[in-house]
Structures are given as C-alpha cells and as structure tokens.
Design a protein around this ligand. Sequence first.
Ligand code: G6P
Length: 366
Amino acid sequence: FQAEKGLYKHFMAKEIHEQPGVLADALARYLTPDRAAVRLPVPVDFTSASRIVLVACGTAHYACHVAKYWFERFARLPVEIEVASEFRYREPPLDAGTLGIFVSQSGETADTLAALRYVKATGGRTVAVVNVETSTIARESEVALPILAGPEIGVASTKAFTCQLAVLAALAITAGRQRGTLDAAEETRLSTALATAPGLLSRALALEPEIAEIARDLSRASDVLFLGRGSMYPLALEGALKLKEISYIHAEGYAAGELKHGPIALVDDAVPVIVLAPTDPLFDKTVSNMQEVMARDGKVLLLSDAAGISWAGEGTWRTLALPTLDPFVAPIVYAAPAQLIAYHTAILKGTDVDQPRNLAKSVTVE
Ligand code: G6P
C-alpha cells in the first residue's frame, strides 16, 4: 500500500489531488471531442420516463441530491432522491414510467442493491452509475455507466463524488435534450462549462496551504455548521459528512434558509459556520443568512469567488477565494475545499484519515 500512495501521506490526499485528472478522463468519455455536447458511452432513454428516482447511500446520496436540481431544471421531470435503506422498506408505489438511477462507488452497497432489485421487480427501469464496472449493481441494472474515477482506497469518498457529479450532469443534460426542454445552445453552454471543471478544480486545490492554516482553528471546534442554498445545499451536507467522518468533530449541513428554524440557536463565537456561496442567483439570499450568523457573533468562513468576497466578505472570520465559474459546475469545484477542510482538520486531530474508526469503505451487509 505504501508504494501506491506515492508522495502522499494518505490515500485520501492522493485521491483528492487526482481529481482534475480523473475528472478530465471521465469527461472525455461523456462529452463530444469539441466539448460542445454530451455523448453518453451507453444510451439511456429518458423519453418514456415520467419520473426519476435517484437512490444511494452516504456521499453518493449527496451526489444524487445535487443531480436532482439539474434533472428538474434541464429535463423538467419530477425527481425524488432517496436514501436506499429507507426507500427499500417503504415499498413506494412505482410504475413503468419510473426510471431508477442507482449511484454507488463500490457497486456493492447492500441497501442500494436491494433498492435496485425492488425497482426492477415493480416494473421500473434501472440505470447504475458506478465506479467498479464489474460490481453487482452494475451487472444487475439494465444500463451501467462508469464514473472512471479509478480505485478509491480512502474510506471517505472524494474523487468518486466529483466523478459521480460529472456523470450525473451529463445524464441530466441528455435528459433535457431528449425531452426537448434544453435547446442546443443551452446544451453547448452547459457542456462547455462542464469541460472547464477539471481546470477549476485544480485551481481550487491550490488553496490547500490556506486551508491547512484555517484548519488550525477548526480543529479546536467541537461543532461546525455548513450552509448553502440550491446545489450548494447538498455540498453543505457533504462538507459536514466529510468533516465528521474523518475528524470526529460534530458537523451539520443545513439549507441556509433553514438556519432560522433551528441551527441559529447553536451559533456563538465558538461555532465556525462555513458558508458555500458562489455568486449565483441565490447569492444574495445566502449572504443575508450569513449576516444573521455574524450578527450573533458567529465565526464565518465564506467560500466564494472574488466578486462574492468583495461584495460580502467584510466582517467574516475568514474567506477562501475560489475561481469565478458557471454556477452549474460549482458543486464539483466547491467539493475540493470541502474535502481539504476535512482532511487538514483531521490531520491536526491525529485521526486515522484513511481508515476512520467504525466506518467501512463499502457496507455490504445491513
Ligand atoms: C460508506 C463509505 C462512503 C460511501 C458510502 C456509499 O459509507 O464510507 O464513503 O459514500 O458507503 O458507498 P457506495 O460504494 O455505495 O458509493
């Protein structure tokens, strides 16, 4: 194992830094050579679908949560996102118009597999989005799409998440094209934006020295809140999951608009609040939530682009300047600082980053 880590101390660090490369490889399989359109390696038919159900566990579930925003917007289809362990026992009514999409790095997660079998048994159609192409979930679904992230060893998923997002983005664009809800110009704009993700991710990773510095303070916190709106909400959930998984610091992700319905009660000068806010159409709303936190002496770490930081950075505890980007690809790019925050905080806490206590890479039994 030691040799495979190369220059890195942990597989997690290696896998975080591999992202620009593997993401570019994945996109090469999902975009046309001119990057102006999406081309799936295996066809998927969305024209007969009346709704999409995205099912997964853990980090893969948060990738589905991001994808819900994309499918709804581009394909104007009703989309549900489901935690596999709940979905399978609820026995929801489904029909032939249901298209189930099962997202799993390992392709062996017991609950996700059971959910796939349930959709098949109730007459729905099935698509798997997997990293391990020979896995049970890949074999049992009608269509299997590879995320091409390469082997992921660190228990906390990193590069699989961003590659899952890339493949789900390509699927959502395809669904929009097939259903006539996305025109060619818009497909070109989105595809071109997607093609910029590896380079932007690489620039986000260059923030590592600053993040390592910020982690010194975070490592002393006992609770951390992550806030975001729109597709940054699932990123807030993923950021909190990463942090608690490997640093054992209690963290919660919240939709920024829900702040006043609970978590604001926790805010004081000892609770860092990490705000994920690229300058997108919801930016002002998120900033007003952030100001509510600051008015209560909350210690805000604002992740935004240069324009966002110059507009709203005053009075925050710290800022991290991410590249200016098309908001469509923000979930992919903002994953990098979220992962690095967790990684560097965990290093300072001295935890076993690659094999955190009580966690398994793949949960193949219930
Ligand atoms: C475990 C892993 C997570 C992963 C989840 C789902 O909890 O620790 O990193 O996201 O399982 O695994 P899957 O292989 O189905 O994506």
